[in-house]
Write a protein that binds this ligand. Sequence first.
Ligand SMILES: Cc1ncc(COP(=O)(O)O)c(C=O)c1O
Length: 295
Amino acid sequence: MNQNLPACLFNGQILTPEELTFPELARGFMYGDGVFETLRARNYVVFRWQEHWERMKQGLATCRIRFERTGKSVEEEIIRLLTGYQLQDAYVRVNIWRSRPDVFDPGREESGHVLIFARPFQPYPEQDYRQGLRCLVSQRFRRNENSPLSSVKSLNMLENILARLEARQSGYQDALLCNTRNYLTEATTANLFFVRDGVVCTPALACGALAGITRSIILTICRRKNLPVKEGQFPVRYLGGASEVFLTNTLMGVMPVREVAPVFQSRSFSFSQMFQEELNHLFLEETSGRHQKNT
Ligand SMILES: Cc1ncc(COP(=O)(O)O)c(C=O)c1O
């Protein structure tokens, strides 16, 4: 396989990315009229597929996109793609979008298109985990906690991309977003956690944060370890009293943050390292090839 091109399955057929035709891609491309999931797979087991599929189904329902296939059949296709290309440790992305017509008004649509692509997993730079990320709080973009779309992983990531650019242009690696009431929500592609007075805190989903699969794993680990947790509404200045901040998503796992300008700075990463180890343990256990079901 050409390492620069992802292996790609479109509506059940293995294609090269060049073989995808515009009419089929149209609504996803022209309007961002669809949803996606980013996944990790190892030994041909998709980590936490059921949870990702549930979120995807909810996103499809919110966006009123018809999709008549089952999660099981999509999972089987992912595994077919991975085995076909012998991708033992893989990044997988599943995209589902509204089918034609390619004019704005959806009209009477058929079941949505599904495009799955996969490529060898590329970890985030080791240095980021060692040093922690530098973030700022976006001044330009806000999550709208009142919009149903704040809980959807939609194909339109422009707001997140522009907030990331805002951070990059000021010399930071990522941006945190507040909602319309000035409460923290999440980062551009990750959920936000911090530890304050020994309590593991994360913005409540009602603040407009995505219901991250990794976020929910961290909360489960906290319950198992009897660590106090607070899901709430936190103003930016509240981070000033935190001892540790970290971000979570499927691909990076648990990423420490060393700075949130201008309110937080710390080199203490003990919680994030502990959560990263626990998460890694779960990942290895559930993708060993013996343990097929999520718990
Ligand atoms: C905006 C946003 N928040 C949170 C997450 C974390 O979600 P998960 O842990 O399911 O990957 C993501 C993942 O890409 C994201 O894009």
